[in-house]
Design a protein around this ligand. Sequence first.
Ligand SMILES: Cc1cc2nc3c(=O)[nH]c(=O)nc-3n(C[C@H](O)[C@H](O)[C@H](O)COP(=O)(O)O)c2cc1C
Length: 207
Amino acid sequence: MSDYQEFDPLEIDRRAVYRLLTGSVVPRPIGWASTVNGDGITNLAPFSFFTVVCVVPPMISLTIARNPDGSEKHTLKNIKETGDFCFNVATEGVWQQMVDTGNAIPEGDSEFDDTGLTPIPGVKVKSPRVAEVPIHFECKLHQVIELGPHKHPLVIGEVVYFHVDPDCMTNGYIDMAKLRPMGRLNGHFYAPLGEILEREFVDGQPR
Ligand SMILES: Cc1cc2nc3c(=O)[nH]c(=O)nc-3n(C[C@H](O)[C@H](O)[C@H](O)COP(=O)(O)O)c2cc1C
């Protein structure tokens, strides 16, 4: 039996904790969030501390950490201002632009202009959607929960409208081979889909 290295989060620095979390909770889906502020300036940023949290009603969560100076990221400010955001699935074809939308740019500038991606309107929300990807969820802000002593905001959004390009569906299911989602690993590493394995079931039981 090998000896494991052991770490007490209270005794290691926050970068080491971050490395353990982001190197072990992998691959992570990417919550690519598009928003708009009260002046109509659009915003787009990726968040990999992201998951689905409820089905009825449908809800997803994003952890939008504070900036090092304690201020709120533009995405969070916009979500609080308008009460909504859109989640866009990050796909292989746009993954480098998705990463570029993680660059900090001035509040008056838009990552859509910066990356050449196209904002298109939502149906039930003010936030735009990314035209270059096949799935968007329109979300209304449900709750912001502040975590820990630094009050890192966990944003929960209720999905009020789904958009899915039929070209990425087969028999009513979203088809991974057509969708080609990108996952986040650690550091600057990302993962497209590898081989897709299907577990065999007989009479409802796995074999
Ligand atoms: C792939 C990727 C995933 C990221 N995940 C997160 C995350 O989960 N939480 C977070 O606060 N920042 C995350 N970031 C950093 C933000 O995207 C970055 O701070 C961005 O500038 C925020 O933009 P905004 O100020 O326009 O909201 C991530 C960056 C990348 C490239």
